[in-house]
Design a protein around this ligand. Sequence first.
Ligand code: NAX
Length: 345
Amino acid sequence: MCGAGSRARIGYAQILPEVRMKAPIRVAVTGAAGNIGYSLLWRLASGNCFGDDQPMILQLLEITPVMERLNGVVMELVDSAFPLVHDIVATDDVNTAFRDADAIFLVGSRPRSKDMDRADLVAANGPIFVGQGKAIGESASRDVKVITVGNPANTNCLIARANATGLDGSCFSAMTRLDQNRAVGQVAAKLGVPAAQVQDVFVWGNHSDKMYPDLRKAVASELPAMGQLDLAWVREEFRRTVATRGKAIIMARGASSAASAASAAVDHMRDWWKGTNGRIVSMAIPSQGWYDVPEGLVFSFPVTVDASGTISVVEGLEIDAYTRDRIVENIQDLESERSAVAELI
Ligand code: NAX
């Protein structure tokens, strides 16, 4: 039975021989009974993220009042009979959720309500990431890969990282891949090509309406994208559409982005796990001073990832005055969030 602090175990009588070849990894997901969790878990369990030869133990965290709902999610996972899922742990205890975790998706947090501004959201969610950061430091694998999705994602990641004693900053990241994917979608639609033809789009800064989607290195159908697009469209309509897409989806759907957010989280973690093979993608990571972004701010940069999972910021990009202004705006945005949580880090 699944309940607070309890475990729901699944044993499969038959496991495919090729699945047996790898030892299972431990994948933790917080907010697992939420909307994003409901899409994310099925993508993870079907092999979309870590590969269809990589078995896993799912370690799902929820708050105590939501454990019964999580129990329903676990029942549905059991009913999906995923060959790659070797066990499911459903718990309201952070240390149990993160124990020996190889990959962690920090999704759970309080969503922004109508009467909250961004500062209220930072204040409401910050404390969650103190406790989760500590538990990650105490319980997770020493080379765990953590992606922070719950908003304000960059600053929540900063808090978790600051509280995860004993773990390197390179274990932590926040998600701006949804912004990148939204930007790719807009360019592909504008040029009338499939999204797969649009590459090397990346996002600078914060996952907020200040974030800056940069098309200067982007390629569409193997040609520079900027040569095919109108500069006024790129700087105005394109940027505004990407920055306000989350609100537009809430207006249209009556609920915030969930499937696209889960899909972006899978893209981010898959690229981290397997490498990008030279492609440039966006990840928000603790700055080491790249592009004059103050050290420690969790800032989205253009990055590549090698086959061993090492993230490298793409250095040496030309920073024109327009781009510098956008980077500075994002630094200010993130510094003000950091001051709002100063006592938590
Ligand atoms: P839901 O409200 O559907 O689900 C959140 C879940 O988190 C709930 O089940 C809740 O019980 C759980 N939770 C709350 N506090 C928790 C805690 N301390 N430990 C464990 N679980 C906890 O929201 P959902 O639509 O799934 O969105 C989750 C988060 O993602 C929100 O903060 C949202 O703002 C953020 N998003 C981030 C995006 C990004 O690009 N970085 C885009 C999508 C999304 O808006």
